[in-house]
Design a protein around this ligand. Sequence first.
Ligand SMILES: [Zn+2]
Length: 231
Amino acid sequence: MNVAKQLYQLQEVDLELESKERALSRIASQIGESQAVVRAQTELNSERQRLEELERQQHSTEWEIDDLTAKLTIAEDNLYSGRIKNPKELTSLQTEVDGLKARRDQLEDKALETMDQVELATASVATKSGELKTLEAEWRSQQQQLSADMEQLKTILSELKHKRQLLLDKIDSRAAEFYHELKKQKGTAVAKVEQGICGGCRISLSTTELQQARTGSPVQCSSCGRVLFLA
Ligand SMILES: [Zn+2]
């Protein structure tokens, strides 16, 4: 029975398991809310609020203009009706008309300005809304991919665990215990020997070590202590 080979196979499965487990936790950390989507949503909401505020301003200015126009119509009617003869009263009425007109001009300028701002904000809301939709679609498809990858990894992991158990069942329990102890100490318990060199510590092995390793019995590297495996 080539114990070194068995332990080497166990190590191969363990390394594969560890790598897949790392991949799984990487994926798990990417599943969930997207910061970019949340940010885009927040920006869109505040832009929408700004647009609503501008529209409110616009309507209130328009109502004010309507109100002034009504007052102006009455004042001008009075002024040109010929009913008022008192020069002092006429002058005061004229002043009122001028004042109303000046105020209306001012408000009309303001209304135009607000209208421009409303247009810009409307366009900005449309842009931001489009950006959000794109980000959400990307996020959804990314999440779907991640979930699929996760499922696939879980399947692979369960197969590997099964494979590991099958290997372990065939390995002498003392050898397995030794393997686990060495693994704990060194990270990897078995070193592959290639061209007479220990793959664990890169030292050239003695002829005796190589001869022993060739038998398949678990021989440790005299330098790093790992079990030597000669393919
Ligand atoms: Zn070594």
